[in-house]
Ligand binder design. Structure first.
Ligand SMILES: Cc1ncc(COP(=O)(O)O)c(C=O)c1O
Length: 491
């Protein structure tokens, strides 16, 4: 599971003694900050619980010193996730960090705020006025997707069992460009993933191709409002129409889930007339990430069902030991309430007008970037920020350098602009992607284009590729998947 040739600070699953023994040859097992002599009498173990305590300010300083090695969030153009909120939101989050959302009886007003958010977002997604729509907060879109997937699986199972038919081989149909959380859902919950392949000039789901994969064991079809790879919207309305036709031709009633992780807080403001949400009767559920264009720090997502009949009740647990009766549908139990409160802050503070003007500004910056990157003459633009405010581009012709070299050189300057290859069937196409978020002002965008111009000039003159690219080339073994940068690591 873990790459042993990486230094230990890259390990997510740094648990086994074996690994630490192996790495401890290369790296000292202790931390000894320069100022330690003033406060500490002995080095601190890196991997075992220190025997002694230390002053809080020293512990904080040691950690902050190390974190200086992280990238600068403001220059992180790889991530969709919020890196800046207003000082009032920061304060509100700090003031509410001590609240566990699951303690509903103790914090009834927090539950009320959660319920307001669910209502506001359901109405933003045009939930039918008189339907019993329902939903909940999650840690992000991944958890929301797992919950929505489980609901589709349970409904399918119930309808198969009611008809006395086997319910053992469920499948789900989606584009090969889905974010990794869908692959996780399929594997963790034993659902066969049926991936619609991309082509060299179609980087989103194909409607006809999707329909050809649907059968009586399909729990649902997924449409993405804002592909992680390119920022393009998938043809949700066309998927809905095709599923309606399938039902009238064959009787199969297959629900459509919309993964609006990013687009859920973009389309309602930038493309209000686009039919992608509960206005389409085929759409049964929608997830969105509050921590992407919902403009809240990481740790908040939402899932909404058009009607409570789409959420089988045997998935909802009732607990009473915290006082009162509390329905819970979530993968974890305890979670912080502060991000839910911060989401409500944004909804209240910005309103439709505020979100619209922010999204419009992001769109303008993305269009400006696309135009100026295009005018450099070396790139084809795949998404000019017309759907999500994301600019996705690739080199026009094959050169002696690649998108990865460009990404690496920009990284040396501080910019984090990922390069990665597309999903299967288009995997020999590499792209660069800039996610325009609130922190990327037009001023910074101009500096970025200038740095891109210099990078290209440097590489065209035969200048050396980036440090990371050189390292990748020397460490690359045939078939080594780790050598490939995948967008999956980036959200
Ligand atoms: C389309 C899509 N779905 C799901 C996710 C997962 O979202 P989260 O990071 O909120 O769990 C992402 C993340 O980038 C995404 O782009």
């Amino acid at each position: 599971m873990v790459a042993v040739d990486r230094p230990p600070w890259h390990l997510y699953f740094c648990k086994t003694g074996k690994m630490l023994t192996r790495n401890s040859n290369k790296h000292d097992d202790s931390l000894t900050p320069m100022y330690a002599a003033r406060e500490l009498s002995s080095p601190i173990s890196r991997y075992s619980l220190p025997e002694e305590s230390m002053p809080a300010d020293v512990a904080a300083k040691i950690i902050l010193d190390e974190l200086n090695l992280d990238g600068n969030p403001a220059l992180n153009l790889a991530s969709f996730v919020t890196t800046w909120m207003e000082p009032e939101a920061d304060q509100l989050i700090a003031d509410t960090l001590d609240k566990n959302f699951v303690d509903a009886d103790e914090y009834p007003q927090t539950v009320e705020i959660h319920d307001r958010c669910v209502n506001i977002i359901a109405r933003m997604f045009n939930a039918p006025k008189h339907s019993a729509y329902t939903g909940c907060a999650t840690v992000g879109s991944s958890e929301a997707i797992h919950l929505a997937g489980l609901a589709m699986k349970w409904r399918w199972k119930a309808s198969r069992q009611a008809a006395d038919l086997p319910s053992t081989n469920p499948n789900i149909v989606m584009g090969h460009n889905v974010q990794v959380c869908w692959e996780k859902f399929a594997r963790y919950f034993d659902v066969e993933p049926r991936y619609v392949p991309l082509t060299k000039d179609r980087f989103v789901i194909g409607v006809e191709e999707a329909m050809s994969m649907v059968d009586e064991n399909t729990i649902g079809v997924v449409g993405i409002l804002g592909s992680t790879y390119t920022g393009e919207y998938e043809p949700i309305a066309q998927l809905a129409t095709a599923l309606d036709k399938l039902q009238s031709d064959t009787g199969l009633d297959i629900p459509l889930h919309v993964d609006a992780a990013s687009g859920g807080f973009v389309a309602p403001f930038l493309q209000p007339n686009l039919q992608w949400d509960f206005r389409l009767p085929r759409v049964c559920s929608i997830n969105t990430s509050g921590h992407k264009y919902g403009l809240v720090y990481p740790g908040i997502g939402w899932v909404i069902w058009r009607d409570e009949s789409y959420l089988p009740q045997d998935l909802v647990f009732h607990v009473n030991y915290l006082g009162g009766d509390h329905p819970t549908f979530q993968l974890n139990f305890s979670r912080g309430a502060s991000q839910i409160i911060a989401q409500y802050f944004n909804l209240l503070r910005l309103g439709r007008k505020g979100y619209t003007s922010i999204m419009q500004a992001l769109h303008n910056t993305a269009s400006w970037l696309a135009e100026n990157i295009d005018s450099l003459g070396h790139f084809s633009i795949i998404n000019a920020g017309n759907d999500l405010p994301v600019v996705c581009f690739k080199l026009k012709n094959s050169r002696s350098y690649s998108e990865f070299d460009i990404s690496d050189i920009l990284r040396e300057r501080g910019w984090i602009v990922p390069a990665y290859t597309m999903a299967p069937n288009a995997e020999d196409i590499a792209v660069l992607r800039i996610v325009v978020r609130e922190g990327l002002s037009l001023d910074l965008a101009q500096l970025l284009v200038e740095d891109l111009r210099h990078t290209i000039a440097h590489l065209e003159e035969g200048g050396r590729p980036g440090l990371i690219a050189r390292k990748r080339e020397t460490s690359k073994k045939p078939g080594d998947k780790r050598a490939r940068t995948k967008t999956h690591g980036v959200c």
